[in-house]
Design a protein around this ligand. Structure first.
Ligand code: DGT
Ligand code: CA
Ligand code: CA
Ligand code: ZN
Length: 577
């Protein structure tokens, strides 16, 4: 049975494939699919119950799109997509992620140079064959080589961005947990540790009946290719070639198994050594007393990770910290937790061109999270069609003030997401900018400058007295667009000197600042702020991912300003004005 999510996935694929077919992301057909996708997302209800005629009554959904949606629901496939897939295999589609590889260029390298995949593209670049093509030169060749390198695209062992792997893993876990035979299921591995890219997904299931569980996994709609079919372990590939390993263990050994399969390998080695130092053995089945002959004897702890850590004289170590970077040897910080978060300070409404929910709905959703404060930060005027003029922002202020009266317990700040221009300039006149009650300044353009220029650019924005925080530091999209290059030490020093906060953006394709940057920021006591950057009411769950990324950077509660009580947060904001 197709779900709303399948329909969204189908439309995403149609957008990608049709962009290639029509040789432009601006083509009429591509725009129609994009409009339909946004309209259905905003619609919210169960789409699968609607007829084609009812679908077209949702504004934004055209007749051709409605027919394809019904085709997916009724037959499980869409003929048009099958045809396009045959013409554009996944390894070819993947090339479109490379900056500079627009659909026209892709078509050209395919027809002129026979390039079908990354290996062949690399060879063409190495052989300086790209520069012979119309519209390309030595410079674009060099840029592309660099982009391939920085995106981490490596052909066969391509890693999957967390934004693609996590929703899939959550869905698989939910499907497994729904089975009567399953008592618990959890995704482990690099995904649970919040790595930015994932080699494969590791799922551990607690069940006393592995047979039916393995059968369900083999029949799962995501499993298009079974690579290993065992009694307690099944591995399969998804349509995009991502491998999923599912292992079944006894409920009494679930903790030991999830500990082992969460890794990292280096963390496991430290734990095993610690066990040996205590005359014990640690493996994927549990922590055991060691017999005289060195074999595993009486179990000490097996059922939960917490019990095993305790028996090793360690506090519970949250998965994002399990990287063998000091977590088993010293004190852990008083780590930030999701339950500490008291507000969101980077938040859009449909005042922004790319915002998709009304200000009333967005505020209601924030209040439903129990937030004590909220900063509405729609885009400044320099962001072309997505931005707002000064007059529009003033009207918006009145709208927000009107809504504020209905939420006496939540303080709503009238804010702005300022655009950091190519040389560090910001939107509006300084006097007008100073009116905003809170600002986040971010890079949205000019990704190709030198590291020195980018560093100067960021520091200029940080030094501007109207800036409270820096949003998504590098502007990267994991696996799709490398961010700007920065001298991180200099930027962090400027943040401290100007008491400007560094955002950890919870959008899964951003997770920016990255956890390694966060850890360096924590060393310098840079103030942090964890935000969702929501553009739609469905996006507030990103707070959890932001918090996990902050944990991965060892962020203590004290440094995260939107975990502070309202009075303290407002005093800090006030001190900046
Ligand atoms: P990935 O999949 O490359 O993103 O990274 P992981 O960390 O998910 O690695 P994976 O899938 O190869 O293995 C999952 C976990 O299983 C790993 O984090 C730790 C554990 N593990 C796997 N092989 C070994 C091993 O040889 N020794 C130890 N101690 N642990 C292992
Ligand atoms: Ca893995
Ligand atoms: Ca694995
Ligand atoms: Zn934003």
């Amino acid at each position: 049975m197709a779900t709303n999510r399948d329909i969204q996935a189908m439309l995403s694929e149609l957008i990608t494939l049709t962009t290639l077919e029509e040789e432009s992301p601006q083509s009429f057909k591509v725009r129609a699919y994009e409009k339909a996708k946004l309209a259905l997302e905003a619609h919210g209800g169960d789409i699968t119950a609607l007829s084609a005629a009812e679908l077209t009554r949702i504004g934004g959904v055209g007749k051709a799109t409605a027919t394809k949606i019904r085709e997916l629901i009724d037959t499980g496939t869409v003929d048009k997509i099958e045809k396009l897939r045959a013409k554009y295999p996944p390894e070819f589609v993947e090339l479109s992620k490379i900056p500079g590889m627009g659909p026209k260029t892709l078509k050209l390298v395919r027809s002129e140079l026979g390039v079908e995949n990354l290996e062949q593209l690399r060879a063409a670049i190495d052989g300086q064959r790209l520069r012979s093509l119309k519209g390309l030169g030595a410079t674009s060749e060099a840029k592309m080589a660099k982009a391939i390198e920085r995106l981490g695209l490596t052909g066969k062992d391509t890693r999957t961005p967390i934004a693609d792997a996590l929703p899939l893993a959550e869905r698989l876990v939910a499907d497994l947990e729904a089975m009567d035979e399953v008592s618990k299921a959890r995704y482990c591995g690099s995904l649970r540790r919040m790595s930015e890219t994932i080699g494969d997904i590791d799922i551990t299931v607690a069940s006393s009946k592995p047979g039916p569980v393995m059968e369900a996994v083999r029949r799962h709609p995501e499993a298009v290719d079974i690579v290993l079919s065992g009694d307690t372990k099944t591995s399969f590939l998804t349509r995009t070639g991502l491998q999923v390993d599912v292992r079944v263990v006894k409920a009494s050994q679930f903790g030991a198994a999830t500990l082992y399969f969460t890794g990292s390998k280096a963390h496991n080695i430290e734990l095993r050594q610690r066990a040996m130092d205590r005359g014990r053995l640690l493996n994927e089945y549990g922590l055991f007393e060691q017999d005289e002959d060195g074999a595993a004897g009486e179990p000490v702890a097996t059922g939960t990770e917490k019990a095993i850590y305790e028996a090793l004289d360690l506090p519970y170590i949250p998965p994002p910290l399990r990287e063998a970077t000091g977590e088993t040897s010293g004190e852990l910080p008083d780590l930030i937790q999701r339950t500490h978060m008291k507000g969101d300070l980077h938040y859009h409404t449909d005042r922004s061109g790319d915002g998709r929910s009304s200000v009333a709905d967005m505020v209601a959703e924030a209040a439903a999270q129990g937030f004590d404060y909220l900063a509405i930060t729609d885009h400044g005027e320099d962001l072309a069609i997505n931005g707002s003029t000064a007059e529009e922002m003033l009207e918006h202020r009145d709208v927000i003030a009107g809504i504020q009266t209905s939420y006496p317990d939540m303080t709503i700040l009238w804010g702005c997401e300022l655009n950091i221009g190519p040389a560090g300039g910001l939107d509006y006149e300084p006097d007008f900018r100073a009116l905003f009650e809170y600002t986040v300044a971010s890079v949205h353009s000019h990704f190709d400058q030198s590291i020195d220029d980018q560093t100067r650019r960021l520091i200029a924005a940080i030094e501007d007295p109207t800036v409270d925080s820096i949003g998504h530091l590098t502007g990267r999209y994991i696996g799709r667009r490398p961010g700007i290059e920065l001298d991180i030490d200099k930027v962090l020093d400027a943040l401290v000197a100007n008491d400007v906060a560094l955002e950890i953006n919870g959008a899964l394709d951003r997770l920016d600042a990255a956890s390694d940057v966060v850890r360096r920021a924590v060393d310098r006591e840079v103030k942090l702020v964890i935000n969702t950057d929501s553009h739609h009411v469905s996006e507030l769950g990103r707070m959890e991912y932001g918090v996990l990324t902050a944990q991965r950077g060892w962020a203590p509660r004290e440094l995260v300003l939107n975990s502070w009580p309202k009075s303290r947060l407002l005093a800090w904001v006030e001190s900046h004005r």
